[in-house]
Design a protein around this ligand. Structure first.
Ligand SMILES: *[C@@H]1O[C@H](CO)[C@@H](O)[C@H](O)[C@H]1NC(C)=O
Length: 160
């Protein structure tokens, strides 16, 4: 005799597994952990948080990194150095004009630096690390932070 309880248990398990997978893949706006490159340094610019949209980032689609930070002194200009690592290997590095992503001068206080970029479609999915250094126009380091982000392929993300 077939035991109906067994198949119902299996169905429940499958359902649980499916919802767990959906939770893992849902592009939710969770906060990303940010670390200062040098935990002991007293950076002039404090970074409060980073929001990545979508999260995970989709290869071939535009991704936005919004950094909320605060500065004690006004910043007239400078540059942003972005370094991207995959499994500890540098895969991309670029230097941008700070004033391209935010209106300069940046007055003292809180500010939001938002940078949008499309990742190439062949970007391998995985866990990446991004290191961001901000320098002022005198080449003095104002801050340096690093955070992790994941890259997915479009086909893996349902209902985006
Ligand atoms: C990023 O991930 C690595 C490896 O899992 C971990 O050691 C590191 O602390 C993470 N960095 C941040 C900023 O969370």
């Amino acid at each position: 005799m077939a035991t109906p309880s067994f198949s119902s248990l299996a169905a429940k398990r499958t359902l649980f597994l499916l919802s767990a997978i959906c939770l893992l893949l849902a592009p939710t706006a969770r906060a990303t952990d940010v670390k200062y490159c040098d935990a002991k340094a007293n950076y002039a610019v404090k970074v409060e948080g980073i929001k990545i949209t979508p999260d995970p980032v989709i290869a071939g689609k535009q991704a936005t990194f919004a950094i909320s930070a605060s500065t004690a002194e006004a910043i007239s200009g400078g540059e942003v150095l972005l370094e991207v690592y995959l499994f500890g290997f540098s895969v991309h590095s670029e230097t941008r004009d700070l004033c391209e992503d935010i209106a300069c001068p940046i007055p003292a206080g809180d500010f939001l630096l938002s940078h949008s970029q499309s990742l190439p479609g062949f970007t391998p999915p995985g866990s990446y690390n991004l290191k961001m250094t901000i320098k002022n126009s005198k080449q003095q380091q104002l801050t340096c932070v690093s955070f992790n982000f994941s890259v997915s392929w479009w086909a893996l993300v349902a209902d985006y």
